[in-house]
Design a binder for this molecule. Structure first.
Ligand SMILES: [Fe+2]
Length: 177
């Protein structure tokens, strides 16, 4: 059964709901779209097409630092937005492991939220290359410099191509054309 599916949301349990809601609204840039009266569950989004992109539920039992979850990723529209989130996260005392990287097909900032969950905010680049591919980038540089640095990395990658070419092949594989 071919067809397109878009990732809509991730959900996880939290210890400290107010601190986690403050982080994802005030620092990462999401809005609370709904929450239970007793704050047992909270829905957040920054996309009118998704009522919630993440939901947090009180009652986390696993210790912070124990592996239970890898990461969730928010796509934004511009490199300027990624740079802005990077600046805010870097200045936030509760965030840790702030790591700007390019996957060739994305410019990303990864970070851990105040409860140690890894999140990513990224924008697509115009290119694609075989994954996994992750190289550090300097998000303090200008957008032009970041693009130049990424192109220099991709020159060494034999699988690098235009994102549109990869998309066209995958559409065909999914039977969408
Ligand atoms: Fe990711």
């Amino acid at each position: 059964m071919p067809g397109k599916m878009t990732l809509s949301h991730a959900g996880f349990h939290v210890y400290d709901m107010p601190a986690m809601v403050d982080f994802y609204t005030g620092v990462v840039g999401l809005k609370v779209t709904d929450r239970a009266d007793d704050d047992r569950i909270c829905f957040l989004s920054a996309d009118p097409d998704n009522h919630h992109q993440m939901l947090m539920v009180r009652g986390r039992e696993t210790e912070i630092g124990k592996k239970h979850f890898n990461h969730m990723a928010f796509r934004v529209d511009s490199l300027a937005q990624v740079k802005e989130v990077y600046r805010r996260v870097k200045d936030h005392p509760g965030a840790s492991d702030v790591s700007p990287r390019t996957h060739g097909n994305a410019w990303s900032v990864y970070f851990k939220d105040p409860e140690g969950n890894m999140a990513e905010v990224f924008v697509d680049t115009p290119w694609h290359c075989r994954q996994p591919f992750a190289e550090p980038i300097d998000l303090d540089k200008t957008e032009e410099e970041i693009a130049e640095d990424t192109l220099a990395l991709l020159e060494k990658e034999t699988t690098a191509e235009k994102f549109d070419e990869w998309k066209a092949r995958f559409r065909e594989e999914l039977g969408l054309d």
